[in-house]
Design a protein around this ligand. Structure first.
Ligand code: SF4
Length: 355
């Protein structure tokens, strides 16, 4: 940085309160809930303000509104932001929706038109994948609360080899509950969609049961997100085995930085594991952290610029696998396999698990 402020917009998402769930697919990875100090938000912004023209501040990166004073919290997030207003997104805490009757009113007030709810099958499976008994019933109750208050529910379901048949039952349940008709009565559309998710974070551990393209039930195909973009792993392996290009994740139109509850910084490219750490807000000099962020100069990305796609797929791809991936997700899977191995080698064989 040469003294002028960076004109690329920045979004900071700080894990100030944690998450009530421990989803088996969580793409950023599981972390303990360690509430940050009440003034951590101001301390974080003090570090970034001198370097950026526009900063959106979010006090959450896992469960939104997972703090008792969510109204004051939202006002404070807006106040802390610089030259812009943070977004609300189509997200909410279903944990809070079923426990706090005021919360849905708040969502209405701040203009949330639709809320996404995540399933993994029927009751036993969804509870197990979310990591809490009662989660499935809470999701159904949250659906009702949203509809009663004029907010549309959107059901997303993660599919794999274990739950593929069960998701048909989930689709049938949405029909029995007349969600399509009830959303239409409110002038909106009920959305139900199915996808396997990326293969980073906790979902990486589910690689063994990742859905095989031919096993996607016919009934679910109309609801499968970007079905035509999903190909078998074996196709990628054969297509890329001599590919000399590099897969280097890069920011979109803005920089998004995750701040862990221990003040470690990460890009939003993939999971929050040590090999992706940018540095620490408390122990590293701020100007050096900003340089690494703006120039995308961290060991993981430098290694990505060094190793070719062909080398990655030859080392970590399975030529016999019919597991379904989208191209970007499969590239991320390969790169993470490599980075994890390198990290373990550099740290006496210990893997890079942050938990
Ligand atoms: S996926 Fe979201 S709700 Fe589930 S554990 Fe991760 S952060 Fe929490």
């Amino acid at each position: 940085m040469n003294g002028a402020k960076c004109e690329i917009p920045l979004a900071i998402c700080a894990d100030m309160y944690g998450c009530p769930n421990r989803c088996a697919h969580c793409w950023i990875g599981h972390m303990p809930n360690l509430p940050m100090a009440p003034d951590a938000d101001e301390r974080i912004m003090e570090k970034f303000r001198p370097y950026f023209d526009a900063i959106e501040f979010y006090s959450w990166l896992r469960e939104p509104d997972f703090c008792a004073d969510y109204r004051a919290r939202w006002e404070r997030d807006k106040r802390l932001s610089v030259n812009c207003v943070p977004e609300r997104f189509e997200l909410a805490s279903f944990w809070r929706l079923v426990r706090d009757p005021e919360y849905v009113k708040f969502l209405k007030e701040v203009g949330v038109p639709r809320v996404q709810l995540t399933f993994f099958g029927m009751e036993e499976t969804t509870d197990r994948y979310i990591g809490r008994k009662g989660a499935f019933r809470e999701l159904l109750r949250a659906t009702e609360i949203l509809l009663e208050n004029g907010i549309l529910p959107r059901w997303q379901a993660f599919i794999n080899e274990e739950n593929r048949s069960e998701l048909i039952s989930l689709l049938r349940l949405s029909e029995e509950l007349r969600l399509k008709e009830r959303c239409a009565e409110q002038g909106g559309e009920f959305r139900f969609f199915v996808h396997p998710g990326g293969c980073d974070g906790e979902n990486r551990r589910l690689y063994g049961i990742r859905i095989v393209r031919e096993h996607i039930p016919e009934e679910l195909k109309p609801y499968f997100l970007d079905l035509d973009d999903h190909r078998a792993e074996s196709e990628f392996v054969s297509e890329w085995k001599d590919d000399a290009s590099h897969f280097v994740p890069h920011r979109d139109e803005r920089i998004v930085i995750y701040v862990s509850n221990e003040n470690d910084l990460f890009f939003n490219f993939t999971h929050m594991r040590p090999e992706w750490r940018i540095g620490n807000l408390k122990t590293d000099p701020t100007n050096e952290l900003i340089r690494r962020i703006v120039e995308e100069d961290i060991p993981a990305l430098n290694e990505a610029k060094r190793i070719t796609l062909g080398e990655l797929v030859r080392a970590y791809g399975d030529p016999d696998s019919q597991r379904a991936f989208e191209e970007y997700d499969y590239k991320t899977y390969l790169l993470n396999a490599h980075l994890e191995k390198r990290y373990a080698e550099d740290h006496d064989g210990k893997d890079g698990d942050v938990r």
